[in-house]
Every structure is written in structure tokens, then in C-alpha cells.
Write a protein that binds this ligand. Structure first.
Ligand code: BGC
Length: 759
């Protein structure tokens, strides 16, 4: 029995309607008891439950119920595995059903514009395609359990600095190509029940009251029919927010904003219809939840812990493995070093912080193994190297066959609420790694961190694993990868620059005052490094394996197509090594030279496949118009320019192993340009209508320019070739005909231009 939404709305007083548009407290919506409308609870998210029994806050400060902490998004993104995200979603959905939570506040899909963003650990990638695919997968998992998601933070919220006041100034094309597509994909394809608007302003208006963002784009263009909820405390002008399409303000304001909304309707500055729309959307969400309750769902925490460990191993990225130092062998004596081996950093700080019901460190996972010695090596509450701890670790390393240091970033280095100021690890850890590597040449570093770090010691260690923040069972996963029970198959979902200064947003990140101009435009992450042919420490998509993969037989479904068609791309991948393993097959599209500057390549497909030794699989991708298009600011739409596009299959954005070309024809006809005396020849040349009408005049002027030909010697023709004349004339305005050709007056030219425009 569902709610009769229209009947309820018709029976509600204005005050009751307004009351439904904000929370009762931190986590609950309001009830209207008179009409039998109950309150429901929502909870953070996104990689487990943060259900607070009492003492609510939005920064993870107060305690919450015991729950299961899955790997953070930075880690799960490295899996490049949609199925893995869906499994996490299903687990969280089950937990929500048992705990009576209607919506889990995630996934968080903001783009990693800079390694400095304090919340990068919670976000997927610098690449919008990857972020969108994974967001869809997680959303599907959660919602398959009839629990809502809240895709966040909408939009252009890529920094924590001044996070509640900063204005993200992003040009139209960059918004469409980089900062919006992950939301767009999720909204269109996985239909999240709710979208959470961000704290920041987007091009001058708070997201929470941005009509273009919440209504014109999200609903009218993308077809979103769910509920928009504010980030916690993101509302500035509630009345404006209602008109803009912000349905639910969280948390509440003790009724003050509800009263404002009601008063605005009474005063005629807000239409009751707008209020009704918000109420309708809220009740629809509520009804979906209430009609599909499954209170008997079992939340098996132990089983989810196991799953968290299994999945964390799939997320680990093997960055370096010189001389096959890994995997460790059973018989080898290993020095395990680092405080994180005993007390792992496995999640980030802030609203996503989970009260794990148990935590499994590497030492826990290794308990009972005879060949292990442990040394702490560093402390997490100071940057200063501790000579005694380092000496003890170096001595342990010297006595062992191999050493592994579990290092990374302490909590204070990265968190929701503030940004990092540099990309370095604590000095004490850098120093420890140097000293241990000097004591034992077979040293491996495992990193527990939420975003890239500089690695000044990279040349002196043999192995490096980027484990990101792997969730509460990270110890079991670390053991499985180090000792080879699992073949590493993670790939970097972001570039690791050598140093912060290399990052494209370095000069503008954070902004000045409350203005953050996203000046690097679409050249974010590898789109910048690859286009500039800049060396990076590790590129986007990179990751090694304990086995090898060979690629061949790349074939395209057709050699040419127009942009209404689908292109199939197939490639064979073979496991040529001696272990079972998983490969992430990446497809990039490299555009031809276009009228706008474009990145040299962009990720447009990926598939993760498991292969036994010697096994071969054929992987097939299907590319549609969007794989070739850029956002055209003249027509405010996706546009495919005609040309030869290169399909590239890569092991990373920097290691393209096979490629083939396809001729693509765009079918969108651009509106004719407006011809004025100021139009330049270069632009007119693209318009056959104008060129036909102007041809005689232009040739006349060209003759004047080339000086005609010396009848006797042809000297001028030699000095200024036709090509040179054309090259120089490209930027000449049409009125040059008046100034240099003398064939007609300005008024006559203007008349001619008007005539052409009417053709
Ligand atoms: C965060 C959101 C979170 C909310 C509720 C905010 O500070 O930005 O991601 O869901 O708090 O805790």
C-alpha cells in the first residue's frame, strides 16, 4: 500500500508542506502525524554506514553504530571493476534495510582536479568517464536493495578550501566535459533516488539555489525525477532554493526556514506550486522506501568483513616490482616495518568516517606466521624521524631476506574539511624508507593513503604498492597481494606527478578569496600531462601484475561511420604469464585536430577481465557519439567534428599497445555564421554560401595583395606565393575589401553581408 501522494498534498496546510522541506534534526526528515506521514532517517556513506544514534554531526566527530568499513572510493576506483562497486552497494543496501535507513549519502563523484583536495580519498578519479561508470555501479547495487543513494556533491566541488563559500568558476565546455559527466551518467543510467547539491557556488550562484543546475540541467535536460537534498548546511537563501528546485534542506533550521518558505508563499514571492513540487518529490522518495521495506534483511557483518578484504585486494596497484621482488615466498624471512602494519590507516576523516566493528591489520593477518619480524619504524603524531625506531627497523631489515614498509599518510594529513598544502609524506617516513632500503636492497613499500604522494625514495626501493585506503580488512588484503595469493590488478585512477608543481591546477587551485577559477579548463590530470608530453611518476591507468598480458587482433566494426552509429571495437587479450590474473583493458579515443583544443586522448571504455595462464579472451567495446564529441559552446550541445579518430588500446594512458583509425562524420549541422564586415576570411571560408557570394571580391583583393604578376619576369609571384598570400589573408576582416580592394564602399559591403545572411 503506497502513499496517495496527491491526496496528501491536497490535504496539507501550507505550514505542513513547508515543514517537509527540511530535516527534523541531523538525520531525520519530519513526520506529519495528522496525515500518517512518518519521518525517515538517512545516513553517511558512502563506503559503509555511519548511523549516529545520538549526538549528530556532519564531520564524523561523534560516534556511530558499529559497522563495516569497505575500501574508500579512491581504492575502489583503482579496481576499475564495476562489479566490485555493485557488490559493495548491495552490502550497504542490506545494512540500510536492517538499520531502517532510507538513503545512504553517496557515492561522491567529484573530479580530482588537484592532488591537494582533502576529500580525494572519498572521490573516484580525475577522469569523468571512470567516475561515472563506477558511480552507476555502486548506485545500482544499493538501489537493488530498495534503498536510495545520494550522488554528491553536485557540482564542481573539487576543493575543501573555503568549501562553504568558494565560487567555482568553470567555463561551459569544461563543466560539460569534466565536472558534470559523472553525475550525468549516474542520473541518466542508474537513476539515483536523490542528488546532493554541494556547498560551493557554481559560476556565481550557490549550488543550493542554482536554478540552472538543479532544474534546467538536472531535471529538464537530464530527466532527473528524484529528490534534491542539500549538503549539510549548504543552504543560504531557502526561498530561492525552493524556486531553484532544492527539495529538502538538511539538517533542519529549527523551523525558521520553513516559516520563511510559508511566508514567501503568502507574500506572493514564491509560488505554492514550487513548494508542492518539492513536497511531491519528497513524498515519492518516502513512498519508494516505505513500500519496499525489508526489515528482516540480514546484515552479516562478518561476511561483509570477509568481502571487504577480498575486494580491497582487487584495488591494490602494483607500481614497481624490480627483479620480481614480489610476491614474497613462503620460505623468505620478511621484516614487516611501520606503524600502519599494526594500526592501519584504512579510511579518511570526516563525514564518511565509519565506526568499524573490527579492524584487521597486516600483523593480525600474519599472526602465527613464523618468518616475520616487526619494527614500528615511525610514529604518526609527528613528522620528526625517531632515530631509535629507525635504527631498530634498519637492523630488522638487515637481518631479513626482504623488508616491507607499510607507510602512507596519517589522518591529520588529509581529511574532509581542509586541503593538503603539499604532496609529501611525513619526513619520518621518507627517512625510514631511505634507511631501510640502504640496509636491505630488497625493500618494498606499501602505501596507505588517500591521494598521490611524492616518492623521493622511488629509486632506492624495489617494490611499491599503492593500496589507498583499503577499508577495515586491509591487512588481509595486503597479505594476500604481498605473498601472491592474489595477483594485483588495480590501476591508477589518477596520475601521480613527480611533484605538486607539475599539476595543471597548481597556479590556481584553491582560488583567490572566494573565487576559484578552474583555469586549466578541460586539461585535468592525464588530459594535461599526456597532451604536454610531460613525464609523470606514474600515469593514469598504470599498474603492474605478477603475470603478463599480450594484446592482438584489434578490429573495428567499420572503417567509417557517422555520429548516429555505434562503433564496435574488439581486441584479444591473452595471459602469457604463469599465474591467473586480471587485466584492465583500456580504450582511449584520440581526436584529429579540431576547431577547439582537445586532449590528445580520453578514456572512453574499460573492461576488467580474469584470465588463467595461457587463456585468451576477446573484449568488445561499443562507442557512440559521445566518445568522439566535444561540447560546442556555439550550439550548447555535443558536437562531432568530421575527421579520422584514432582508437587506442592501452595498458595506461601512456602505454598504448594497439591502435586503429576510424573516419567519423558528424551529422549536426552548425548554424551558418553571421556575416558582418568584421568577419574574418578564415571563418568565412567554412561557409560555402558566403564564399560563393564573396569569391569575386576576395580574388580581387588577393590580386592587390600579391601585387599582381610582373608580366615580364613573374617576380612578385615568386616573392609571395599564393599560399603565403592566403596564409596572411586568413585573419583579414571582410572590410579589408573596402580598404585594400577598393571595389565597393563600406555601405555596399554591409548590404552584401546582410543579403548573404538572409540566403
Ligand atoms: C558532507 C557530506 C555528508 C554530510 C552529512 C557534509 O559535511 O559534505 O558529504 O554527506 O556532511 O554528514
Amino acid at each position: 500500500m503506497g502513499l496517495d501522494i496527491e491526496k496528501l498534498i491536497s490535504e496539507m496546510t501550507l505550514e505542513e508542506k513547508a515543514s517537509l522541506l527540511s530535516g527534523a534534526d541531523f538525520w531525520h526528515t519530519k513526520a506529519v502525524e495528522r496525515l500518517g506521514i512518518p519521518a525517515v532517517m538517512v545516513s553517511d556513506g558512502p563506503h559503509g554506514l555511519r548511523k549516529q544514534d545520538e549526538g549528530g554531526d556532519h564531520l564524523g566527530i561523534n560516534d556511530s553504530i558499529k559497522a563495516v568499513c569497505f575500501p574508500a572510493a579512491s581504492a575502489t576506483a583503482a579496481s576499475f571493476d564495476r562489479d566490485l562497486l555493485t557488490q559493495i552497494g548491495e552490502g550497504i543496501g542490506d545494512a540500510c534495510q536492517q538499520e531502517n535507513l532510507s538513503v545512504i549519502l553517496g557515492p561522491a563523484v567529484n573530479i580530482k582536479r588537484s592532488p591537494l583536495c582533502g576529500r580525494n580519498f572519498e572521490y573516484f578519479s580525475e577522469d569523468p568517464f571512470l567516475a561515472g561508470e563506477l558511480a552507476c555501479a555502486l548506485t545500482r547495487g544499493v538501489q537493488s536493495r530498495d534503498i536510495g543513494t545520494s550522488i554528491k556533491h553536485f557540482a564542481a566541488n573539487s576543493q575543501e578550501h573555503r568549501r562553504m563559500s568558494s565560487d567555482s568558476v568553470v567555463d561551459e565546455r569544461t563543466l560539460r566535459e569534466i565536472y558534470l559527466p559523472a553525475f550525468e551518467a549516474a542520473v541518466k543510467r542508474s537513476k539515483p533516488w536523490t542528488v546532493m547539491c554541494s556547498y560551493n557556488k557554481v559560476n556565481g550562484e550557490y549550488a543550493s539555489q542554482n536554478h540552472w543546475l538543479l532544474t534546467e540541467l538536472l531535471r529538464d535536460e537530464w530527466g532527473f525525477d528524484g529528490l534534491v537534498v542539500s549538503d549539510w548546511g549548504a543552504v543560504s537563501d531557502r526561498v530561492k532554493g525552493v524556486a531553484a528546485g532544492l527539495d529538502l534542506e538538511m539538517p533542519g533550521t529549527g523551523g525558521t526556514n520553513d516559516a520563511r518558505v510559508a511566508a514567501a508563499v503568502r507574500e506572493g514571492t514564491l509560488s505554492e506550486e514550487d513548494v508542492d513540487k518539492c513536497v511531491r518529490r519528497y513524498l515519492t522518495m518516502l513512498d519508494k522506501f516505505l513500500s519496499n521495506r525489508k526489515p528482516d534483511t540480514v546484515w552479516d557483518k562478518e561476511a561483509q568483513h570477509e568481502l571487504a578484504g577480498k575486494l580491497a585486494a582487487e584495488c591494490m596497484v602494483l607500481l614497481k616490482n624490480d627483479g620480481d621482488v614480489l610476491p614474497f615466498k613462503e620460505e623468505e624471512k620478511i621484516a614487516v616495518i611501520g606503524k600502519f602494519a599494526a594500526q592501519p590507516r584504512y579510511q579518511g576523516g570526516g563525514s564518511s568516517h565509519i565506526n568499524s566493528f573490527k579492524v584487521e591489520s597486516l600483523l593480525d593477518a600474519l599472526a602465527g606466521s613464523g618468518q616475520i619480524t616487526y619494527a614500528q619504524g615511525y610514529d604518526t603524531d609527528t613528522e620528526e624521524p625517531d632515530e631509535a625506531l629507525i635504527a631498530e627497523a634498519a637492523a630488522a631489515a638487515a637481518k631479513a631476506d626482504k623488508a616491507v614498509i607499510i607507510a602512507g599518510l596519517p589522518d591529520s594529513f588529509e581529511s574532509e574539511g581542509y586541503d593538503r598544502t603539499h604532496m609529501r609524506m611525513p619526513r619520518c617516513q621518507d627517512e625510514l624508507i631511505r634507511r631501510v632500503a640502504a640496509a636491505n636492497p630488497d625493500t618494498v613499500v606499501v602505501l596507505y593513503n588517500g591521494s598521490p604522494v611524492e616518492m623521493p625514495w622511488i629509486g632506492s626501493v624495489k617494490g611499491v604498492i599503492e593500496a589507498y585506503l583499503g577499508g577495515q580488512a586491509v591487512g588481509a588484503a595486503t597479505k594476500a597481494v604481498l605473498w601472491g595469493d592474489v595477483c594485483p590488478s588495480g590501476r591508477l585512477p589518477e596520475s601521480f606527478p613527480y611533484q605538486l608543481e607539475d599539476n595543471p591546477s597548481f597556479l590556481t587551485y584553491g582560488g583567490e578569496g572566494n573565487t576559484a577559477v578552474y583555469a586549466e579548463g578541460v586539461f585535468v590530470g592525464y588530459r594535461y600531462y599526456d597532451t604536454k608530453k610531460m613525464d609523470v611518476l606514474f600515469p593514469f591507468g598504470y599498474g603492474l601484475s605478477y603475470t603478463d598480458f599480450a594484446y592482438d587482433n584489434l578490429s573495428l566494426g567499420s572503417e567509417s561511420m557517422d555520429d548516429t552509429g555505434l562503433l564496435t571495437v574488439s581486441v584479444d587479450v591473452t595471459n602469457t604469464g604463469s599465474r591467473p590474473g586480471k587485466e584492465v583493458v583500456q580504450l582511449y579515443v584520440a581526436p584529429p585536430e579540431c576547431s577547439v583544443r582537445r586532449p590528445v586522448r580520453e578514456l572512453k571504455g574499460f573492461e576488467k577481465i580474469a584470465l588463467e595462464p595461457g587463456e585468451k579472451k576477446r573484449v568488445t567495446f561499443r562507442l557512440d557519439k559521445r566518445a568522439f564529441a566535444y561540447w560546442h559552446t556555439g550550439i550548447h550541445d555535443w558536437f562531432v567534428e568530421d575527421g579520422s579518430y584514432r582508437i587506442q588500446i592501452g595498458k595506461s594512458s601512456r602505454d598504448i599497445v594497439l591502435e586503429a583509425d576510424v573516419l567519423v562524420k558528424g551529422t549536426t549541422v552548425l548554424p551558418a555564421i553571421e556575416v558582418t564586415p568584421d568577419s574574418i576570411f578564415m571563418d568565412l571560408q567554412k561557409d560555402p554560401r558566403a564564399m560563393a557570394a564573396l569569391e569575386p571580391l576576395i580574388s580581387g583583393m588577393m590580386q592587390t595583395f600579391s601585387g599582381g604578376e610582373d608580366e615580364g619576369t613573374g617576380a612578385a609571384a615568386e616573392a609571395v606565393s599564393e599560399d603565403m598570400t592566403m596564409a596572411m589573408l586568413r585573419y583579414m576582416p571582410l572590410r579589408g575589401i573596402v580598404s585594400f580592394g577598393g571595389q565597393l564602399s563600406y555601405d555596399e559591403l554591409k548590404e552584401l553581408a546582410d543579403k548573404i545572411n538572409k540566403m
